[in-house]
Design a protein around this ligand. Sequence first.
Ligand SMILES: Nc1ncnc2c1ncn2[C@@H]1O[C@H](COP(=O)(O)OP(=O)(O)OP(=O)(O)O)[C@@H](O)[C@H]1O
Ligand SMILES: [Mg+2]
Length: 436
Amino acid sequence: MAVAVLNPTNLLKPRAERVIAALDVGTSKVAALIAMADGENPPRVIGCGVRASNGLKRGLVADMGRTETAIRAAMMQAEKAAGLEIESVLVNLSAGGLDSDVTAVEIDIAGHRIAEDDVTALLATGRQRIDAQITRSGRSTLHAEPTLYTIDGLEGVINPRGFHANRLGVDIHVITAATPPCRNLDLAVRNAHLGVEAIVASGVATSASVLNAEERELGVAVVEIGAGVTTVALHCGGMLAGLAAIGMGAADITADIAANFATRRAAAERLKTLHGAATASPRDNHDMIEVPPLDPDDGQDLRRVTKAELIAVIRSRLDKLFGEVAVALNEMGFSGTAGRQVVLTGGGAELRGIADFAQGALARNVRIGRPRGLIGLPEAQSTAAFATLAGLVLHGSQPRLDLARTPLKAFGKGGRQPSDSGSTFARLFQMLRKQI
Ligand SMILES: Nc1ncnc2c1ncn2[C@@H]1O[C@H](COP(=O)(O)OP(=O)(O)OP(=O)(O)O)[C@@H](O)[C@H]1O
Ligand SMILES: [Mg+2]
């Protein structure tokens, strides 16, 4: 029976200019961005809004009321600048048990020439398999993108159409998250009178704004240091190959400074951004910094500490953080010649000297990644803290085939008996590494 309703090549065609609205709901700030995109040229920013966030803990919604208030205020500011009202947004999730895996499916072709119908049937089978996995695990699918095809055991085929084969397979890259954090985020956004077009894993969004195509091909890890969460996204062979989240971020540095020097968090934040650094010089032993007392009314004088003391507190936290990043990278198999490059981003990447520190701690090349690829991004939003926000827009502007977002009816009645080809994420990653 023919099942020619879904045509992936049609889905990949660029559309006319449309509005894309993105919302980065972070632990320290909520930021909104509105852009116009035609799928070919860089999206044009037409509105931006930022509000302090105090409703999240370690990247998860912990106070619904505060979160929706911040979302509403940030989006209203962006809408006012853009002169239009937004109905739905792309929003990011940085914590919540994100997991990245590969589902492999295969169908019988019976030796004939592979046609569009066969690819549709294969993708329908993949969609059924993913749906069944999700039903069993109770998790939510954020992305399900077909990657490379397999023809009679020959792996790594980009386009199988036109080949003769007995069996046709595909590796589908699936990103899932625990369901409650997705529902809570969805609820907070909907309570702010906005629809949720899609929840995008932060690592996916951020990578879209800080990486170039060559880095993705060669193998690169994006380490995003947010306020409450640090995410690691591994790319290889042009695609996302792994995701990890560490419950530690730049706000922990601020907390350490406040505790060590008995000062308020706001003062500690100022000390960190104004005088803080990740690398020290001999001069820092002589440079004195004033530390405001915990209680300004108790008559105590300002205390003074050396810059070197401040840097020692910062480095001690960074040792712990990069220790965990190194473990995550090794667990994902990011080693050898394919895993030399690290891109640091997120607000924490703006700390002075952090690239040098990370280079020493991880024994890899490190550069700072700031958002690029958008036209008209205001200077204030061009720092590493806004890489996710810009990335959400870029992710949304690129037409892509995502089975998680393809309506079931688009597959017709397709779907044949799947056979388990035994493919795993590790196999895909190894294969990609062999190719580069
Ligand atoms: N110049 C700077 N020096 C040091 N730290 C900085 C600097 N600029 C921003 N930060 C830190 O970056 C953090 C905010 O980063 P970001 O905006 O990426 O976090 P978020 O998205 O709100 O949080 P999360 O992603 O963890 O939910 C804050 O802890 C802030 O202190
Ligand atoms: Mg963030």
